[in-house]
Every structure is written in structure tokens, then in C-alpha cells.
Design a protein around this ligand. Structure first.
Ligand SMILES: Nc1ncnc2c1ncn2[C@@H]1O[C@H](COP(=O)(O)OP(=O)(O)OP(=O)(O)O)[C@@H](O)[C@H]1O
Length: 238
């Protein structure tokens, strides 16, 4: 079963087209989204999150038609983590949590408290006083505290040190294992995916190049880095 199905999704910017994108995200899995700078990863993630409108295409969430611009209920079940986070910089972690939690019906404060402690995020510190790694972890904690079933993250590990990256990726794997939830995240850090991702989606110039299981890619003795380089040189596909 898949948790998300994306069909014929297109977006036209004056100088960039995301063109007829089709893929599925299986339940209980981690999917990595890769592609060089400007390939369309953030645009795709923003469309699925409802932050950017699409020109055409349909989506299904848990087998039902889903339009992120209209359906708030389904959106509650999708946790979004964007690069940089969308926070008020001058409020404390605790106050930001209150603002965020008030817009979710299924807020789970016990999970929130456990994760804040586990990640060592100082609750009284103001958002602008947090390091980049702390902010990213805080975004993840918020996304995990409203009982999301799908997490969609844009470059969550960029700019994080190797220790925090490992902590972050381990937490995601653990979350998928214990809750049966699903994750899709974009990254340029291929090694994070080789460890954690079950599936890989690669896009280039706004086109989907492939969706494949990580095991199949490994069996073919292909590295994700090579595939990306081949793609830039015009040798697309697996
Ligand atoms: N609001 C916008 N208006 C016009 N063009 C845009 C807008 N947002 C993004 N684009 C263009 O869409 C293309 C894809 O950008 P996008 O941010 O989706 O790529 P990306 O794969 O996430 O890149 P990176 O790896 O550098 O983050 C780029 O050419 C970008 O300039």
C-alpha cells in the first residue's frame, strides 16, 4: 500500500517547468528525493505541502483524493519540515510550540516533551538563539508531535554536523519502525540516504528520472552519486 500517490503533477514558473511528475510513497518506508541544485525538489515538496499551487495533476493520501490547498484534515496528518523552518524568531521555543500546537487537533504533548528532552532543545531559549542544528531538530520534534503519518522534509540534514545527522536519521528510522509512518526527504547528502532510505526518487530539470528501491540500485552496483553525474551528462535513467 502507498500513503501518497502523485499523478501528472505539473508546475509552470516562467523559467522552470516541473513536468508531469508521477510517483508513490509506500507506507512504512523512507523515500529519498535527489537531484542537483534547481532540479525542482523544493517546488515538488512545497506543492505536496500546500505551500505552492500546482498547475495540474492529482494526489491521493491514503487512497483518497487529496488537495493540500483545500483539505486541512489530511494536511494535519502530514508533517512538514522545511529548510530554515518557518518560525517567529523572537519567541521562545516553548511559546513557539504553543502557537504551533494550537493549530493541530491531535497534538501529543507527551511525545513533544520526550523528544525535546531527548534532543536537548532548551525550551526557554528564543528561536533566533538556537543553532541551525537545534532549529532543524525543533522542526522535526514539532512535526512528530501532531501524530503525522507522513513526514515530508526539504533538506533536513543540510548544515548539520555528522553526529546530529546520525541522530536525526536514526530517529526517523526508529519513528518509521515503531509507528508505521512514512517519510520523504530531499537531500544532497547521499550517504544519509544510502543508510536510511528504502526508495529513491531522482528528478532532473523538472522531470522524474526514476523511482527505485535502494536495494535494487545497490544490486546493480550503482552509486547514487554516479547516477546523478550520469544524469547531468545526459545519460538519464537507471
Ligand atoms: N517562486 C518562484 N518563481 C519562479 N521560479 C521559481 C520559484 N521558485 C523556484 N523557482 C525556480 O524553480 C526551479 C527549481 O527550484 P527548486 O528550489 O525547486 O530546486 P531544488 O531542486 O530544490 O534546488 P536546490 O537543490 O538548489 O535547493 C529553479 O530554477 C528556481 O529558480
Amino acid at each position: 500500500m502507498h500513503i501518497l500517490k502523485v499523478q501528472n503533477l505539473s508546475k509552470e514558473y516562467p523559467e522552470f517547468h516541473l513536468n508531469d511528475i508521477n510517483f508513490t510513497i509506500p507506507e512504512g518506508s523512507i523515500t529519498g528525493l535527489i537531484g542537483i541544485n534547481g532540479s525542482g525538489k523544493t517546488t515538488l515538496i512545497k506543492i505536496i505541502s500546500g505551500l505552492v499551487n500546482r498547475n495540474s495533476g492529482t494526489m491521493e493520501f491514503k487512497g483518497e483524493s487529496y488537495d493540500p490547498m483545500l483539505q486541512h484534515t489530511s494536511r494535519e496528518q502530514i508533517g512538514i519540515v522545511l529548510d530554515g523552518g518557518y518560525f517567529y524568531e523572537n519567541v521562545s521555543v516553548n511559546d513557539m510550540k504553543k502557537i504551533y500546537a494550537s493549530s493541530y487537533k491531535e497534538w501529543d504533548n507527551d511525545t513533544y516533551k520526550n523528544l525535546i528532552t531527548q534532543f536537548g532543545i532548551p525550551a526557554n531559549r528564543k528561536i533566533h538563539q538556537l543553532s541551525k542544528g537545534m532549529k532543524m531538530k525543533f522542526s522535526l520534534v514539532l512535526a512528530l508531535s501532531h501524530k503525522a503519518q507522513l513526514l515530508i522534509m526539504d533538506e533536513p540534514t543540510s548544515g548539520l554536523d555528522p553526529l546530529i545527522r546520525k541522530q536525526f536519521v536514526d530517529l526517523l528510522s526508529e519513528w518509521v519502525k515503531t509507528t508505521g509512518g512514512s517519510v520523504m526527504f530531499s537531500t544532497h547528502i547521499i550517504s544519509d540516504l544510502e543508510k536510511a532510505a528504502d526508495n529513491i526518487i531522482m528528478i532532473h530539470n523538472g522531470e522524474l528520472i526514476f523511482q527505485e528501491k535502494t536495494d535494487v540500485i545497490k544490486e546493480k552496483n550503482l552509486s547514487l552519486e554516479t547516477l546523478m553525474l550520469n544524469c547531468i551528462q545526459g545519460d538519464v535513467g537507471l
